[in-house]
Design a protein around this ligand. Structure first.
Ligand code: AMP
Ligand code: MG
Length: 316
């Protein structure tokens, strides 16, 4: 199929494609999602096929408004006060709210209201809950631009709605709100510190069975990734001229001037910049076909926790 390139002015056309069971990639504040009508099993099957995603890895269902939550889930969570935003809540599923395939047959459903005007307008115009995993081939870095979506999925999806580069740059934080206290299943765009202000006793990690997606190798460029402290990067690059590096500005300043294959994540103190730039930096380094990508180890705080989670999985 030919993948249509659409812009914000083509919103009605994009919504019509979703309504008739087609696949539309669209921007959210986190990364680009690959959208399908979550109530349509045939459309959702198309998402798994286009991504090459294992069928036991459920999708996040996107709503235009928290008021629609009752259509897909039973009960709620005080954490829904953080919507719209980069937070996905796993809740008990409402029978027949979305198709079984979208939840991989689980008794729960993952739901989010994105903080992106174009995304919410698209979902509202489609008039259905929209299942949307990241719009990349399974295992690859998530796309933060329409061009990155097309790099993986051109010809495999009906359309991409180009809304420019995404702001947050890493996927949503996933929280299981079916237990008390709630539990973080995946670190992401909403920092742990912000969750703790609302839920001081929130648990983190622990049970990979409940977040099927965390079992798989993820976020990986074609080149192998190794992690190294900032002060070790120069030595590793000197030892291998074909090695590339993903580093903070401070570490980049200590590398030989003019050394190619270096992508900058921004100043060490700017974790939001690291998250925003991470996936595009991995994709751009990969285009140079390096022998290895040496990624700088970042402090485990704020959004850097999510960045380090992605880098560790890429290095797995
Ligand atoms: P992605 O859509 O690629 O950002 O991945 C969605 C993440 O949410 C994956 O890690 C899934 O395993 C997780 N997820 C989706 N639905 C559920 C659910 N019902 N229970 C637990 N985790 C879920
Ligand atoms: Mg994904």
């Amino acid at each position: 199929m030919t993948t249509l390139r659409l812009g914000p002015g083509d919103l009605a056309q994009a919504a019509a494609i979703l309504r008739r069971g087609g696949l539309v990639a669209f921007p959210t504040e986190t990364v680009y999602g690959l959208g399908a009508d979550a109530t349509d099993a045939r459309a959702v099957a198309g998402v798994f096929a286009a991504k090459g995603r294992p069928a036991d890895n459920p999708l996040i269902v996107h709503l235009a408004d928290a008021a629609a939550l009752g259509e897909v889930a039973e009960g709620g969570s005080p954490l829904a006060a953080l919507w719209p935003g980069p937070l996905t809540l796993v809740l008990r599923r409402r029978p027949r709210g979305v198709c079984d395939l979208a939840t991989a047959g689980l008794a729960t459903v993952a739901v989010r209201v994105p903080d992106h005007a174009l995304a919410r307008a698209l979902i509202a115009a489609a008039g259905c809950p929209v299942a949307a995993p990241s719009a990349n081939r399974s295992g690859r870095p998530s796309p933060t631009t329409a061009a990155a979506v097309l790099e993986d999925l051109d010809g495999a999806i009906d359309a991409v709605l180009d809304g420019g580069p995404t702001d947050v740059g890493v996927e949503s934080t996933v929280v299981d709100a079916t237990e008390d206290p709630p539990r973080v299943l995946r670190l992401g765009g909403l920092p742990l510190e912000a969750l703790r202000r609302l839920a001081p006793d929130i648990a983190v990690g622990g049970d990979a069975r409940r977040s099927p997606g965390t079992r798989y190798r993820h976020y990986a460029p074609r080149a192998p990734v190794v992690l190294a402290p900032g002060e070790a990067v120069a030595g590793l690059l000197a030892a291998d001229p074909r090695a590339a590096a993903l580093v903070t500005d401070e570490t980049a300043a200590r590398l030989p001037a003019g050394r190619g294959g270096v992508a900058r994540l921004g100043p060490l103190a700017d974790a939001a910049a690291h998250a925003r730039r991470l996936f595009e930096a991995l994709r751009s380094l990969d285009r140079g076909q390096p022998s290895v990508i040496v990624a700088e180890i970042l402090p485990e705080a704020g959004l850097d926790r999510a960045v380090m989670d992605r880098l560790r999985r890429a290095a797995q």
